[in-house]
Design a protein around this ligand. Structure first.
Ligand code: HEM
Length: 85
């Protein structure tokens, strides 16, 4: 994050980039109920990190997202059908 935000070569698009990330996250939280898969408990989560070029979770997070708003909200512009499993 520091390389993006500070220094002589700081990202020129940082305000736009951060707003896009924030609004995407807000839409995901607003639009879906999130829970762990049925066979997992909170204590099963592995929060270890791995640092290479960027820092990420060592094991990917697996979650179940369930739509929580009326289905027409999820219809993309120009698309008449959206399928949820
Ligand atoms: C979440 C989104 C973004 C991330 C994580 C990101 C990250 C970064 C990072 C880490 C750098 C520094 C590279 C270095 O140290 O040399 C950088 C530079 C740059 N970014 Fe972004 N960026 C994002 C979005 C954008 C957007 C939306 C634009 C343009 C609309 C943009 C334009 C640039 C430009 C032009 C530079 C080069 C600045 C310079 O060298 O003077 N970035 N970005």
């Amino acid at each position: 994050m520091t390389a993006m935000l500070e220094g002589r070569r700081a990202c020129l698009g940082k305000n736009l980039g951060l707003k896009v990330v924030q609004s995407t996250l807000a839409n995901m939280v607003h639009g879906f109920s999130w829970r762990l898969p049925d066979n997992m408990k909170e204590e099963d989560l592995n929060m270890d990190e791995i640092s290479l070029l960027t820092t990420s979770k060592k094991e990917p997070l697996v979650v179940v997202a369930e739509a929580r708003l009326p289905s027409h909200i999820y219809t993309a512009l120009g698309s008449s059908e959206v399928h949820f499993p």
